[in-house]
Design a protein around this ligand. Structure first.
Ligand code: LFR
Length: 489
């Protein structure tokens, strides 16, 4: 009988506790608890409700115990780049501010007038996103930073509250854009630039390190199982890629959730000129790998549209309505800044189309189709980019995460990018979190075996290109992105 494992997997829009055991050589997965997540305005900033998140974790753990499990292993993964400032008294100084908050709007530009982008890229290999921890810390109040004993990334902070032990796990720490690739440590010059001392970050650890047991006080207070916490690949995207059952060496992944993370796994970082110019990232992975990828706006757009429509349609209904609308009625650069955190996503899309003198989508179906068809175009364009940078052709695209269920999007992408798609599992992030726990506990040998087990445990749906379906639409879109098709401001 295998041990009982629980993944705490928290994304920007929801969190869940997934319980798992290995049964008959397969990964058995059961959702125990699910809750909403999101940021709220407080003191002029978009803040995560970290205490509420902790409460939900305890509620989930109590449910695990009620199901009859008295002893478990636990791993935590969340989104990246955000952090909690912890004071000398071991308590958080303030609620963590979301990476979508406007405070970092100009920070990237300001910091990189002093320190050249090419130098930062050579040191870190990380893509330039104005919300990277580097730029967030740059905007942080200097006095507040002085009062800070420890800076903890979100999943490390959760692990710290649970166990009392503090570490900085590398898959997530690499997204700070402050880790030096060559030295394997925080970069001294970049730390200096943001007035942070190396000791303010707890010690760096690899994924698959035992953190410790949950504190006795929490057992007493919440009636939860005996729990050993393992520091897994704490960045959700790192876990998602580990949970992706690709075959061979030349497969691409698309982790499709709030963000679309499109890329491939490498054993050596790729920081050449083309990678730099195309703003590709080399995030550190578990077991000596790198996630060579790009952030694409992703399902965030449709999540917001759903809210804007007062949640009267489910995601499945929106996809169905999209299927009844015409694709490619307008070109949208989905990574345009105006979609990062708009007041109203529908209006942001409509304004974009007006400004670029294109057809303005009106009905929910038209809006959803505008999003899906342009996401598919963007994916196809980036796959071509990836092939160019790598110098070889990626042979298949594995889509995981909630977005892997959107058949319309999968089919459009397969056809536009002319690539076979393997879709699933949708819970790859939780699964990636779990398999690192299982490898650490010696129940699975290594990640190659884990991926084979995942392949055998879940249904994977295939999509194949439809020939000659959309003519030169991808080329036209690429011209649009390059600004060749003039758009009026
Ligand atoms: C996905 C993700 C991305 C990261 C973004 C912000 O959930 O972790 O990898 O770039 O959120 O943290």
């Amino acid at each position: 009988m295998s041990k009982t494992y629980v993944a705490v997997d928290i994304g920007a829009s929801s969190g869940r506790l997934m319980l798992s055991q290995i049964k008959d050589g397969k990964i058995d997965l059961q959702e125990v608890h699910r809750f909403n997540n999101g940021f709220k305005k407080a003191d002029g900033h978009d803040c995560w409700q970290i205490d509420q998140i902790l409460k939900e974790i305890f509620t989930g753990l109590k449910k695990v115990k009620q199901l009859g499990f008295n002893e478990i292993v636990l791993g935590i993964d969340t989104w990246a780049v955000d952090y909690v400032l912890v004071g000398m008294d071991g308590q958080k100084i303030q609620n963590p501010i979301s990476y979508r908050d406007a405070r970092t709007k100009d920070a990237l530009e300001k910091l990189t007038t002093d320190v050249p982008k090419s130098l930062i890229y050579k040191k870190t290999g990380i893509q330039f996103l104005n919300f990277n921890t580097l730029y967030q810390l740059y905007t942080e109040n200097k006095d507040e930073l002085k009062k800070t004993d420890k800076i903890m990334m979100i999943p490390d902070y959760i692990g710290y509250v649970l166990t009392g032990n503090a570490v900085t796990e590398v898959t997530n720490a690499s997204t700070t854009q402050m880790l030096n690739l060559r030295e394997g440590l925080f970069d001294k010059d970049l730390l200096k630039k943001v007035h942070v001392d190396q000791n303010q970050f707890p010690r760096l650890v690899e994924s698959g390190t035992i953190l410790g047991n949950i504190r006795h006080a929490w057992h007493v207070k919440y009636d939860i199982p005996e729990t050993e916490v393992i520091t897994v690949a704490t960045h959700d995207t790192a876990s998602a890629v580990l949970g992706t059952p690709g075959i061979g060496d030349h497969w691409a992944f698309l982790s499709s959730g709030t963000w679309s993370l499109l890329g491939t796994e490498l054993n050596v970082p790729e920081i050449g000129d083309l990678a730099f110019e195309s703003n590709y990232t080399n995030e550190w992975g578990a077991y000596g790998t790198y996630r060579f990828l790009k952030n694409i706006m992703g399902l965030w757009m449709i999540q917001n549209v759903k809210h804007n429509l007062n949640d009267q349609y489910s995601f499945a209904q929106l996809a169905e309505l999209a299927g009844q609308a015409k694709p490619f009625e307008q070109f949208i650069d989905v990574n345009d800044e105006s979609f990062i955190n708009p007041e109203n996503m529908i209006e942001a899309i409509q304004t974009y189309c007006q400004k670029t003198s294109q057809v303005v989508p009106q009905t929910p179906g038209e809006i959803a189709m505008a999003i899906y068809s342009n996401l598919a175009l963007y994916y196809a364009n980036e796959l071509e980019n990836l092939n160019n940078i790598l110098g070889y052709k990626l042979e298949a695209l594995n889509i995981v995460g909630g977005g892997s269920n959107v058949k319309l999007l999968n089919q459009l992408t397969s056809t536009l990018a002319d690539i076979p798609i393997f879709a699933g599992p949708s819970e790859a992030t939780a699964i990636g979190n779990l398999v690192v726990q299982m490898i650490t506990e010696n129940e699975i040998n290594n990640i190659a075996d884990a991926r084979e087990i995942i392949r055998n445990s879940y249904q994977i749906n295939e999509f194949h290109p439809e020939t000659n379906k959309y003519g030169d639409i991808l080329k036209d879109y690429q011209d649009f992105l390059r600004g060749k098709i003039k758009v009026s401001e």
